[in-house]
Design a protein around this ligand. Structure first.
Ligand SMILES: [Zn+2]
Length: 509
């Protein structure tokens, strides 16, 4: 028989040993992918992700682990329902899933910073950023940090965005009036300030190279973009226990520990296809010790959808019935590829070329945010592919400037830009700027002295993704949204067949 005191001691011991762990559950770059995504590259499940399924998985893990914290590293917005509700649905969903802290990504600025500022209080958790300021002031745009309690641990969380993410992946008009400062200096000063007050310090980042827009990226290491800026931050800033990275979607199946500082780095592949988990032992004298971590696939075949999340999404759909309209049907699925010509990219570029009445049209690979499944295409599905507020922009482009633009298109800095009206071969093994071997425009050799009518979206036309060759070319920004141009042309076409491949040939492959 165990005497009551011994039993109590045993219980206390058991409890304390269990309770000396801290588990962080994390996501990044879900980007409002609400439905499961078909996953033909996996043989263990037919579909992954879906926010209602992710929510069920989160709740299961919260029930299994004591002292948990749920965080997101940014890019919660995009997609048609996010846009229709100006981000309010997104904050409602993350609140319902139980997020403790979030970080601002570039996509949160997609409807302009004023709309974001007005929508942020909707979230029932702090949304952080410490290095974006109102221009020429020291007034931060968002809350710089939060201290949250998890069981008996006080956890400090700081939010940061990368310089490139701010300048090259956010439309200029959406960040006018704001400026960004070095994340490293700000992280160090906040870490110094918070460290004495907390047991554990997390930095949520939204930096590194921008993510590959390719659904099956977990199975295609050639498109992964690395996490150099997170690694540099981990090496330079003292006092951080954990960096949860966003923006590059460079999924890490096991946590990476910086050899000099001991800071742990974690990140998922994005789009809510995995839930990250990392656990630390908090009992050691010299500070938190990494125990283990993993990316848990969100198996949509087995996980039941969380009804509270499904209800929020369906309510939003019911309030925006225009999104359910069918615009066309597609015979075969149109899949995106980040570093190669894709049938979906060509289809969209063809539609833009027709609507704008130009000789050449371009759709950057980074703007293609989802695949199109075969069958009926609704407005919602099409806007999920291109959720942006870009306007159709026409430029009279000198042949020499067009060649420069095509070289930029095949630089692969932000994936391979997709074209209509262009046939070219290039060699991706050559240095950037010297890759194009042969170009023809609508079956005629490119004439460097001629002027071509060219169309793209206002994001790239005003310098997005480093397309800086339009500035002095006389932009004609139309009142038509690029997304409306796609809808109009798809409705005219009705039954869509995918363009044959062969427009953009990389001889290095
Ligand atoms: Zn991002």
């Amino acid at each position: 028989m165990i005497r009551p005191l011994a039993l109590l001691t045993l219980m206390l011991f058991a409890h304390s040993s269990f309770a000396e762990n801290l588990t962080i559950l994390y996501t990044n770059d879900i980007e409002s992918v609400y439905e499961p995504v078909a996953s033909p590259w996996r043989d263990d499940m037919s579909a992954m992700g879906g926010m209602p399924h992710l929510s069920s998985l989160i709740k299961m893990h919260r029930a299994q682990h004591e002292n948990t914290l749920l965080v997101d590293a940014g890019d919660m917005f995009t997609g048609s329902l996010s846009k229709a509700t100006e981000g309010r649905l997104v904050f409602d969903l993350y609140s319902e899933m139980g997020y403790d802290v979030g970080n601002l990504g570039n996509h949160e600025f997609e409807y302009g910073w004023r709309i974001l500022r007005d929508a942020m209080p909707r979230a029932r958790f702090p949304i952080l950023n410490a290095n974006i300021f109102y221009e020429n002031t020291d007034i931060p745009f968002a809350r710089e940090y939060a201290i949250v309690k998890s069981g008996r641990y006080r956890v400090g969380v700081i939010g940061l965005m990368g310089i490139d993410a701010f300048h090259n992946t956010m439309m200029r008009s959406h960040r006018n009036g704001l400026e960004i400062r070095s994340p490293i200096e700000i992280a160090q000063s906040l870490a110094d300030r918070l460290r004495p007050e907390v047991d554990f310090l997390i930095v949520l980042t939204h930096q590194n190279r921008t993510a590959p827009m390719q659904t099956n990226k977990e199975s295609d290491p050639t498109v992964l973009r690395g996490f150099d800026e997170d690694y540099a931050l981990a090496g330079k800033v003292r006092g951080i226990d954990l960096i949860v990275g966003g923006h590059s979607d460079h999924g890490l199946h096991a946590p990476v520990v910086h050899p000099e500082t001991g800071t742990t780095i974690v990140m998922t592949f994005g789009q809510g296809m995995h839930l990250g988990r990392v656990t630390f032992d908090m009992s050691a004298e010299d500070g938190p010790r990494l125990q283990n971590g993993e990316l848990i696939p969100v198996n949509a075949d087995h996980l039941p959808p969380d009804p509270s999340i499904t209800k929020l999404i369906n309510n939003a759909r019911a309030q925006h019935p225009a999104l359910t309209r069918v615009v066309a049907t597609l015979k075969r699925p149109a899949l995106r590829l980040y570093n190669q010509e894709s049938s979906l990219g060509s289809l969209l570029a063809d539609a833009l070329k027709q609507q704008a009445g130009v000789e050449v049209a371009m759709v950057p690979a980074g703007a293609i945010r989802a695949d199109l499944q075969s069958g009926a295409i609704t407005v919602e599905a099409l806007l999920n592919v291109f959720p942006f507020t870009d306007q159709v922009t026409v430029v009279q482009l000198q042949g020499s400037a067009l060649l420069k633009l095509l070289e930029k298109g095949v630089s692969l800095d932000y994936g391979l830009s997709q074209f209509s009206g262009v046939t070219l071969s290039y060699d991706s093994s050559q240095p950037v700027g010297q890759r194009i071997i042969d170009v023809s425009i609508n079956d005629e050799t490119l004439d460097l002295d001629r002027t071509y009518r060219f169309a793209t979206g206002s994001f790239t036309a005003t310098g997005g993704e480093g397309y800086d060759m339009f500035e002095d070319q006389g932009l004609e920004i139309k009142n038509t949204l690029v997304s409306d141009a796609f809808i109009t042309v798809f409705e005219q076409w009705q039954t869509l067949s995918l363009p044959e491949k062969g427009r953009l040939q990389d001889i290095a492959l």
